[in-house]
Design a protein around this ligand. Structure first.
Ligand SMILES: [Zn+2]
Length: 94
């Protein structure tokens, strides 16, 4: 698993025009890992789905990101995990 720092450097080097092989050497990460990562996340911003309500939203990989679409969803979800119930927002969808 790549760290945030490694992810950021991969994008930096890729933007500088380096190949997968060159990035691999530069960061001492297997070329297959670099290739798989850039294939899955070609942009440092990706569209993901909130695990609580299922809403798609844009997540920035670098920096302070969350896997939820909102603080409210994070709160509901974590509470649901804690109490072993399903997410409230999700359960209303059915
Ligand atoms: Zn949500």
């Amino acid at each position: 698993m790549l760290t945030n720092e490694q992810q950021r450097k991969i994008y930096d080097l890729r933007n500088s025009g380096l190949s997968y092989g060159e990035i691999s050497k530069e960061l001492n990460i297997p070329k297959s890992t670099v290739g798989a990562f850039l294939k899955n996340y070609p942009e440092p911003i990706m569209r993901v789905y909130c695990p609580c309500c299922g809403m798609p939203f844009i997540r920035v990989l670098d920096g302070n990101h969350s896997m939820f679409c909102s603080d409210e969803c994070e709160r509901i979800y974590l509470k649901a995990v804690e109490t072993k119930t399903i997410c409230k927002a999700k359960s209303t969808k059915k």
